[in-house]
Write a protein of this length. Structure first.
Length: 252
C-alpha cells in the first residue's frame, strides 16, 4: 500500500470502491457516528509534502478516497489494484440521498452565500425530504484553526447537522474537517472542493467525455490558467518521483 506522506503521519487510500464507502456511511448515519472523508488528488499529494499541518489533518480522517486518475494509476502500480476513482464531487448526490433515507440533517460550509443558496435549493429539489439546516460562507482568509473555525463548529453543532459538505478547498477543508470531527463526533464531514459551485452553476464541470479520457485537469486549467497553471505544473513535476515511490512500494 502506497504511503502518500513523507514522515510519521501516514496517508493512504483507505476506501478502494464507492459501494463499500456508501455502505459504511449509511451505517454511521444510522448509528449517529461521525466520519471525515478526504478525496486525494495530485494537488493534495504535492501539498502533503510541503505542509505538516495538512499531512497531520489528512492522517486523522476516517476515510480517504482516490479523487483523480493519477492517484488510481499510482495505487495500482504500487500493487493496490482494487482502488477505483471516487471523486468528491460525485459523492454529493449519493451521500445526500443517504441523508434523506436516514433522516440526517445537512449543513453546507464554504463557497459564497449566493452559491450556497443555489446549491441548497438544487439539492432539496433533487432529493425531496432533504433538510439543509445551515449554510455558512466563510470570510476571505478563513483560518481553519482560528476563532472563526470555533464559531463555525459551534454553529454546526447547534444546527443538529449530521452531515457537512465542506467546500473550502485544500488544505483548509481537510484541516477543518479533522478538527471539527473531533469536536462533533456525531457529525460526518465530506470534503468536496468546488462541488457546491458545480451544483449551483457558479462553476462548470468538464463534460463527461472529457472526464472519461482523464482530461478534466486540462479542462480546469484552461478555464482558469492564471490560477491553476502553477498548481498543475507542480503536479506534473511530481509524477516521476511518485512513479519511483509506487514501484518501491510494490516491492515491499
Amino acid at each position: 500500500m502506497m504511503n502518500w506522506s513523507t514522515d510519521k503521519a501516514p496517508v493512504v487510500v483507505t476506501v478502494p470502491e464507492r459501494a463499500g464507502l456508501l455502505e459504511d456511511l449509511r451505517a454511521r448515519f444510522e448509528a449517529q457516528a461521525g466520519f471525515s472523508v478526504a478525496t486525494l488528488n495530485l494537488d493534495h499529494v504535492v501539498k502533503l509534502g510541503r505542509d505538516p499541518l495538512f499531512q497531520a489533518a489528512y492522517a486523522r480522517h476516517t476515510h480517504v478516497t482516490a479523487d483523480g486518475n493519477p492517484i488510481v494509476w499510482f495505487c495500482r502500480l504500487a500493487g493496490q489494484r482494487d482502488v477505483a476513482l471516487i471523486p468528491g464531487s460525485e459523492l454529493i448526490e449519493p451521500v445526500a440521498a443517504l441523508a434523506v433515507e436516514t433522516g440526517t440533517k445537512v449543513a453546507l460550509f464554504g463557497a459564497t452565500d449566493a452559491s450556497l443558496s443555489e446549491a441548497a435549493e438544487a439539492l432539496e429539489a433533487k432529493h425531496p425530504g432533504l433538510r439543509v439546516v445551515l449554510r455558512l460562507a466563510p470570510p476571505m482568509g478563513f483560518d481553519p484553526d482560528g476563532p472563526g473555525a470555533d464559531e463555525a463548529i459551534r454553529a454546526i453543532g447547534e444546527s443538529g447537522a449530521g452531515l457537512v459538505f465542506l467546500a473550502l478547498g485544500a488544505p483548509k477543508q481537510e484541516r477543518f474537517a479533522a478538527r471539527a470531527q473531533e469536536a462533533l463526533p456525531q457529525a460526518g464531514f465530506l470534503s468536496i472542493g468546488a462541488g457546491l459551485d458545480f451544483i449551483s452553476g457558479a462553476q462548470k464541470r468538464a463534460p463527461k467525455w472529457v472526464r472519461a479520457i482523464a482530461g478534466e485537469w486540462i479542462w480546469r486549467m484552461l478555464s482558469n490558467p492564471r490560477r491553476l497553471a502553477a498548481r498543475y505544473g507542480a503536479c506534473i513535476l511530481a509524477m516521476p518521483g511518485l512513479t519511483l515511490r509506487a514501484l518501491s512500494a510494490r516491492t515491499k
